[in-house]
Structures are given as structure tokens and as C-alpha cells.
Design a protein around this ligand. Structure first.
Ligand code: UT7
Length: 332
């Protein structure tokens, strides 16, 4: 069976920079609190209404195709991981395919939040290995800024998230040294309501009411401490499982590219894995948490900055809403 590989990466963030001080003008928070608890200094927001995750994904896919040495028209399948789709339906993948001129190319949206890229990578890897598709555009894209509660009541969540998109082109490995070596993903829905948006909901009749708006069910709600505890347990656990199954030690890893939810979580994970700080990628200080986009965005930047290069062994790990979590080992 042909092994799959990440053939090229690309990313795009909107131009509007929103600093912690900008947020402190809207609600009761401070640059000091945000930096100390999360490591975030600024994040990007879309410039105006009408820009969805599929719009952010267009330049990300084009950059990924260029880096993979293929034309956009070579893409034969799209996987779009997002928790903030352009519209409830159809999926963002359909909008993206249209914007890229890929009529007829299948487009699968997946809803696995911060672990979305790893879930998508497992699907893309299986498709390529069985010969179904050869040029999969695996996209993570989010527009969070239109769905945050910029008041004192929503401040715990509002400071964390930012907008952005990134793409990996997944196709057959070009040589034996390269490839997606393993992907392991998990979910435990007992934690679903620890990080979620309750409304609008198909489970309610009607799906949305004035009362839901008044009681704040329309905004993301998070039990931060619980998420923190789970993330710092599950990310090292699944990363270790993947390393052991592949008879790889921490010393073999060139770079850990973790989901960017909180710099403290990632420092904790690195410490538990006994990985030195210089082997860990952090870009949360500039982008906040971009959810499904965060891992490919961090890896794409690491390659651009020549921190990661062909032949490097990359460990990725994520934890997020669902709860969902996972890890992957990739030789670039
Ligand atoms: O992708 C996965 C998604 N999310 C995560 O991974 C998040 C995981 N959790 C976390 O990162 C942390 O729990 C947070 C950064 C969200 C919060 O840090 P914390 O140390 O758990 O703070 P806390 O929620 O216990 O709040 C401490 C205090 C509270 O005040 P009191 O009760 O001590 O007076 C909060 O009201 O900080 C207050 N607070 C804020 N203060 C200023 C909460 N949010 C803010 C804020 N600015 N934005």
C-alpha cells in the first residue's frame, strides 16, 4: 500500500491585528492577565462582515499547492475541518471548492474542533493509502471573531480565539523516508458540555429564541479548568502511545507541533514528554487559538522559517471540544 505524505503546506490569516489592549477597551481584562495565563499577545480578526472560513482558506490552499508543486486544479478531494463553518449548511468545503474552481471535486466537512486537523489527516491518509485520491487538500479554517461575547461575562473565552486558515496537501509519498507514519484520535462525549455552544440547536423547538440570546446560550461556554486538566493529561498520553507504537523515542523528534490553545498547556505537555523547549513550536502569541487551523498554521510557519525541513520527524498533538484529542507522527 502506498504511504501518504504531507506534500506541501500553506496558511493565511486576515490582516486585522487585535491586541490584548484592544480587548481591554471592550471589557474588563488586561494584557498582563491574558499573557500570563495563555501566552497570547494578539490575534487576527476578519476585516469586515462577509468573510468566512472558506474565504480565508482560498489563499492557504493556493500556497499549499505551490509548495507541493501542484496546480490547484490537481486537487481531487477536499476535507474542511472547522467548528465555525461559513453557514450551518452546506459545508465550507463546498464553498471553498467553488471559490477554487473545483466543480465536481468531493468536499467533506468535519466537525472535530481543535483536533479537526488530526482527524482529517487520518481520513486523508487512509484515502491516499487505498488509492482513492491522490491530491487531498486538507484544510483547517475558522472565523471565531463573529461568534465571541465581547462583554465581561464572555471574557474568559473571548480573549482566547482568533481567525485563520491553513492547508496541507496530502498525497502519495515521494520516497520511502517520507510520510504520515501514524495518526491516533479519540473522543469522549462525557465532556461535550465543558466546551460548547448550546444554541441555535436542532435539538430545540424552535432552534433559537430571544430567551436563548438573553441567557447567553448563543455564545461559546467553557469550563476552562476542566479543559486544562484534560488537555495536559490526554495530549502527552496519546503522544506517548504513538511514539511507542512506532518504536520512536522523544530524542528522535525534531519538532513538536502542538495545537495552540494555551502556551502553558504546551509547556506542560513538553515537560511531561521531556522534550526540550527549543523543540516545541509556539505561535499562539500572534494568533491565539485558531482551532482546526492551529496545527497546520504552526507547521506551515515552522517550514517557512526553516525551523522544520524535509526529512524532519514531526510530532503533532491536539486536545479540544468534544472532548476530542489525538496525535500524529509525520516524516516531512
Ligand atoms: O482548544 C481547547 C480550548 N480551550 C483550552 O484549552 C482552554 C483551557 N483552559 C485555560 O487555558 C485556562 O483555564 C484559562 C486561560 C481559560 C483560564 O485560566 P485559569 O487560570 O483557569 O483562570 P480561571 O478561569 O480560574 O479564572 C481566574 C480569575 C477569575 O476571577 P476570580 O474568580 O479569581 O476573581 C476569572 O473571573 O480570572 C478571571 N478571568 C479573567 N480576568 C481577566 C477570567 N477571564 C478573564 C479575563 N481577563 N479574560
Amino acid at each position: 500500500m502506498t504511504r501518504s505524505a504531507i506534500l506541501g503546506l500553506g496558511h493565511y490569516v486576515p490582516s486585522k491585528v487585535v491586541t490584548n489592549d484592544d480587548l481591554a477597551k471592550m471589557f474588563d481584562t488586561s494584557d498582563e492577565w491574558i499573557q500570563q495565563r495563555t501566552g497570547i499577545k494578539e490575534r487576527r480578526y476578519i476585516e469586515e462582515s462577509g468573510i468566512g472560513p472558506s474565504d480565508l482558506a482560498v489563499p492557504a490552499v493556493k500556497m499549499a499547492c505551490e509548495n507541493a508543486g501542484i496546480e490547484v486544479s490537481d486537487v481531487d478531494a477536499i476535507i474542511f475541518a472547522t467548528l465555525s463553518p461559513d453557514f450551518t449548511f452546506p459545508g465550507s468545503g463546498c464553498f471553498l471548492g467553488d471559490k477554487l474552481g473545483l466543480a465536481g471535486v468531493p468536499a467533506l466537512d468535519i466537525r472535530n474542533q481543535c483536533s479537526g486537523f488530526l482527524y482529517g489527516l487520518q481520513i486523508a491518509d487512509a484515502w491516499v493509502r487505498c488509492g482513492m485520491y491522490e491530491r487531498v487538500a486538507l484544510v483547517g479554517g475558522e472565523v471565531h471573531s463573529t461568534g465571541l461575547d465581547f462583554t465581561d461575562e464572555g471574557r474568559d473565552v473571548a480573549v482566547l480565539f482568533g481567525d485563520g486558515a491553513a492547508c496541507a496537501i496530502v498525497g502519495p509519498a515521494e520516497n520511502d523516508d517520507q510520510g504520515v507514519l501514524d495518526v491516533e484520535v479519540h473522543a469522549d462525549g462525557s465532556g461535550a458540555k465543558e466546551l460548547w455552544i448550546e444554541a441555535p440547536a436542532s435539538a430545540y423547538m424552535p432552534r433559537i429564541t430571544h430567551e436563548m440570546i438573553d441567557n447567553r446560550s448563543v455564545w461559546p461556554a467553557m469550563n476552562g479548568k476542566q479543559v486544562f486538566r484534560w488537555a495536559t493529561t490526554k495530549m502527552p498520553e496519546v503522544a506517548r502511545a504513538v511514539l511507542e507504537r512506532n518504536e520512536t523515542t522523544v530524542a528522535d523528534i525534531d519538532l513538536l507541533v502542538p495545537h495552540q490553545a494555551n502556551r502553558r498547556i504546551n509547556e506542560f505537555v513538553a515537560q511531561k514528554l521531556e522534550l526540550p523547549p527549543e523543540k516545541v513550536v509556539h505561535n499562539i502569541q500572534r494568533y491565539g487559538n485558531t482551532t482546526a487551523a492551529s496545527i497546520p498554521l504552526a507547521l506551515s510557519e515552522a517550514i517557512q522559517q526553516e525551523r522544520a525541513k524535509k526529512g524532519d520527524l514531526i510530532l503533532m498533538a491536539a486536545f479540544g471540544s468534544g472532548f476530542t484529542w489525538g496525535a500524529s507522527l509525520v516524516r516531512l
